[in-house]
Design a protein around this ligand. Structure first.
Ligand code: NAD
Length: 363
């Protein structure tokens, strides 16, 4: 299927297909929208079952980045990349350096970072070939792993959702289920535990589970049992599309608020279904923006405490969205989209801001 006909195409500005027979690199870089600034978004490495699955994923993820930057008040556009390979088998310096050359060829229209399946080491290899990468190690003047900041933003967002639902944001005694206890899920569990929440967790990785059981007294539940738990908050922190026609009828939680990108299989339909069921949904791109905020401070060489201050603002941002949702009787996702789209539409220039950003970048 040619990308123009793809249901997730959504007027993407540019889609780059990368191929290197020597390393076996097969990647797609998607640039959704650069009206606010150069596109920024992580590089996901995943053994997609088909090319179309990879294309669908990268198109949805890059669009999400456009909305994430817009609603967070950042001047970046939306972009994302996927490498079609298994990170446990195919991660190598050669592969990531070739990928870095493809990123470099875009001259700053796309800035990459880590995502699921990639890590600091991978970004360090990318940095050898291009300056258009963020989330690199501190010794290279980078801000390091963004996951703890993403987790803190998610924690703050869960508190905002509790406030809207129960009138107070106290976590003591609240039951929270966390799907996926990897980079973000681990740090989220830590903050929830430290604030008195009772944790229920699922993961396919037994070591990751053992860590949160030992450190935070979490209770392990089955991969499919996580949906039907009688909890206050369900926090998806693994992969996307897990809120769907099959899982929504099982949900007994009051709130869905987690770090996973694109947790809704069909965004408008499943956002509305949660709304109709009386479950408060914290839109993914609002609640998980902490990591983007963190790498943005790296990009602008800003002090890291600015990231902390901006991440705290996720609380008020979500309360505004929940209020608009209630006022207009629309889902919180619809309300968030409205705010993000208005910000982009209000920007009537495109070229100057892009020039300014690329000049600002370290050499
Ligand atoms: P990660 O790969 O470190 O963690 C994901 C975890 O989910 C892993 O432990 C994995 O084993 C587990 N998992 C996979 N399939 C599962 C299943 N079916 N059921 C339960 N667990 C399963 O990734 P991460 O960096 O923690 O990111 C998690 C999510 O948050 C992703 O959707 C990512 O796009 C999103 N996100 C991450 C960041 C960040 O800063 N890392 C920022 C924004 C959004």
């Amino acid at each position: 299927m040619i990308p123009y006909d793809n249901p997730h195409f959504d007027n993407h500005e540019q889609i780059v297909f990368c191929n290197d027979p020597n390393t076996g690199l097969k990647a797609i870089i998607a640039i959704h929208d650069t009206r606010l600034g150069p596109s920024l978004g992580g590089c996901r490495m995943y053994p997609y079952a088909s090319f179309d699955q990879a294309l669908n994923d990268v198109l949805r993820l890059s669009k999400g980045m456009t909305y994430k930057s817009a609603i967070t008040g950042l001047n970046f556009g939306g972009g994302k990349s996927v490498i079609i390979a298994d990170p446990r088998k195919h991660t190598s310096e050669a592969l990531f350096r070739i990928f870095g050359r493809f990123v470099n060829g875009l001259n700053g229209r796309y800035i990459t970072a880590e995502d699921v399946g990639t890590d600091l080491q991978a970004m360090e290899w990318v940095r050898i070939e291009t300056k258009h990468v963020v989330g690199i190690p501190a010794y290279l003047e980078g801000s390091g792993d963004p996951s703890p900041v993403t987790a803190h933003g998610t924690f703050v967002g869960i508190k905002a959702a509790l406030k809207k639902t129960f009138g107070n944001d106290d976590l003591a005694g609240r039951k929270v289920s966390v799907q996926g206890v990897g980079h973000v899920g681990y740090f989220l569990c830590k903050e929830l535990h430290e604030n008195g929440a009772k944790l229920y967790v699922s993961d396919i990785d037994k070591d990751a589970l053992a860590r949160v059981v030992n450190e935070f007294n979490a209770k392990v539940v089955g991969l499919d049992d996580i949906y039907g738990l009688d909890v206050d908050v369900f926090a998806p922190c693994a992969l996307g599309a897990i809120i769907n026609d099959t899982t929504i009828p099982q949900l007994k939680c009051s709130i869905v608020a987690g770090a996973a990108n694109n947790p809704l299989a069909d965004e408008p339909k499943h956002a509305q279904a949660l709304h109709d069921k009386g479950i408060l949904y914290a839109p993914d791109y609002v609640i998980n923006a902490g990591g983007l905020i963190n790498v943005a401070t790296e990009f602008f060489h800003a002090a890291s405490d600015i990231a902390a201050v901006k991440t705290e603002r996720i609380y008020d941002s979500l309360l505004n969205i929940f209020d608009l949702s209630a006022e207009e009787s629309v889902s919180p996702l619809f309300a968030a989209n409205k705010i993000a789209e208005k910000r982009i539409a209000d920007i009537n220039f495109t070229k100057n801001i892009f020039t300014r950003h690329t000049k600002n970048r370290r050499g």
